[in-house]
Write a protein that binds this ligand. Structure first.
Ligand SMILES: N[C@@H](CCC(=O)N[C@@H](CS)C(=O)NCC(=O)O)C(=O)O
Length: 206
């Protein structure tokens, strides 16, 4: 299998952490892709009409796109505890995945807006991203106890990758302030071997 990959992509990081947790890492060859919006990478576009990474090219030629699909596929390739559980636990895991991924998408939009030149940046959009984000952090603080108590799943990985990206690209946000339970849960996530082996900020980790 070949993974279209970039060291700084938080959605690729999600897939890499799942690969480490499922023991499928050795079966995946990483293919580095340059992603520099607003440019579109032609190789990525050929495999994924949405123009985004991660993409996982299977040995039979099928291109799996979107971290959610790729992570669920990798979870079928091992015999350990499922990251996409069955039964009622499934909906809690998928709901947390949707929260983590959704907030991460907002963070990427916020960052893109903040990188626009002076005069082109919209303060209204910037304020909107901040408002959604603070609400998201507060919601996660309220749910941190439930997160800590439930079996490790794709939901934990999505939320952990989102918080890792917040630390990497929004270091001044101070999200830990007033959110001790979430901060405590995240320090446990960040200490997992799978997270340490796939850092959010590859430069800081060296
Ligand atoms: N929903 C997608 C989001 C993937 C995504 O946003 N990837 C970013 C890198 S982190 C990307 O490829 N951006 C390039 C672009 O949008 O042109 C997933 O879960 O894989």
């Amino acid at each position: 299998m070949r993974l279209y990959w970039s060291a700084r992509s938080p959605f690729v990081r999600k897939v890499s952490i799942v690969a480490a947790e499922t023991g499928t890492e050795a079966r995946i060859e990483r293919v580095a892709m340059a992603i520099a919006q607003p440019k579109v990478n032609a190789d990525v576009l050929a495999a994924n009409p949405v123009g985004k990474i991660p993409v996982l090219l299977l040995d039979d030629g099928l291109a799996l796109t979107d971290s959610r699909v790729i992570c669920e596929y990798l979870d079928t390739l091992h015999d350990g505890p499922r990251l996409f559980p069955e039964g009622t636990e499934r909906w809690a895991a998928l709901r947390w995945q949707a929260m983590g991924d959704g907030l991460l998408e907002q963070l990427l939009l916020w960052r893109n807006e903040s990188l626009r030149p002076d005069g082109e940046r919209s303060q209204a959009f910037m304020d909107g991203y901040r408002t959604r984000f603070m609400e998201g952090f507060d919601r996660l603080e309220a749910e941190a106890g439930a997160l800590a108590a439930s079996p490790f799943s794709i939901g934990h990985i999505a939320i952990g990758c989102m918080l890792g990206f917040a630390d990497f690209r929004f270091a001044d946000l101070g999200w830990r302030e007033g959110r001790p339970a979430l901060a405590d849960w995240y320090s446990g996530f960040a200490a997992r071997p799978s997270a340490l082996a796939n850092p959010a900020d590859p430069d800081a980790a060296q």
